[in-house]
Design a protein. Sequence first.
Length: 489
Amino acid sequence: MDDESIKGGAKAVEEMAKAAGKAIDAGRDAGGWLDKIFGTGIEHAVARRWSDRELTKRVEAAILDWERLELLMQKVEKRLSAKGIAQTRLPPPKVVLPLLEHATMEYEDELHTLWANLLATAMDPAEMQAHRKSLKAHEILNAAARAGRAGHLANGLVLLIPEPLISFNKKNSLSRETVGKLRSILPEDDHSVMVSDPLEVVLDRLMAGQNTDADVQYTVNRFAVLREVDGGTEEPTRLFDLDKSLSAYFAKRREAEAVFDAKVIQLKAAITKAMPGSLDNATAVLATQSGLSAQLLMDLRDRIRDEIGELPVTIDGWLAWTIAWLDKDTSSRDALLGDVLKSIIAAVGKTANDQLVEGDIAKLLPGIRAWITGQPIREIEIALGGTPDSKSARTKRLCPRARELVGTIIPRGLSFTLGLISKIAKGLDPFETQLALSQQVVEALSAAVRKGFDTPEKLFFASQHKSILSRVQMHEAFANRATIVFGQG
């Protein structure tokens, strides 16, 4: 090993020691509070007295940002104090560990407060008195089946209600039993949820001319592709007979059937307009699963097909290919990254009121490359044009651009897009024509980028060494894997 390598290794060890020192100080401050959650011994464990190595690893792995943990502690204590709770209970670790993980990586105040409220509720002894009915096996299977039918590429939430539904009319006052039941389910500051038919929402937006609304586009795209597969029939089928929908029922109750019929006519017109031509079955299935425009998927398919023989052969190459495509194709960018556009604006250093222009998406590529090559958050922030060493602004030292990238843009937008590209590319089977293109690279594309690796080998290595919790350390371990396997330098 040469002098340069030794110096580089020494510097890396020094930086890791500094970071560890900060974590120790923060951990010692929060250790007493963690005792209330996990029981005695956590303060010592987090302060590196190593009374329980396994426990230490699990707690530390769940805490991404110690400053967010401190804020979480303040919010939880405030909520418990407001409810007059002095003695708390120990919630199960299987609840607390994921909750800590999400709370300490959440930088939106409202969402962070929701996590704090959940933790406070879990620590409330009164929750032990709430008699909740366990779901039966068939109920869980039914819920899972309904979620599963949306397809593996679909995004959304499944709301599971483990309590029997409670109904009452306005004329009768609630019984004491009903009030007690509601209090056992809902926290004191909870709000009622208005349940409405999503189809009626879409119909109303169409009537208002909101044709580019995301929910409208999603509904129209899925109906258009399903109708195309069904043979383009205009006659009502079981799927398209909207007279049997909840919206139609409400319209009859309100004696507003004529208005509803007009809305349906407009929806059918939008569906007919969106119906694609020459649609192959694989693309149709993908469109119904994702809710994306069939035209977008066909254009992407044709783009990949036209470049067979010159397609990227590395994960980095596919990233550059994807970013270049999304940077120039604004309609595809908005459809695929619409949910994270605000985060992209923040990650490239623009203000909240700015709009993305050509060239902005390309600014993400250096940061993504830093992420998949094992660079720490600070280096990712610098790659995105941030100033993590700023002496004037504390918020800049928190690496906000890098956190938007790795906490929102990659997991919620880019990994979905790469998964789509991977599925279409595999369906075209370019591997015999382009021998240099590895099927492993294509298959690992989405997962590797989401987890922060630039080769399938590193992704597989990480799956085999789950005791290494840090992405940066995983890259270092992979680089030194000969030492790990053979004990050689």
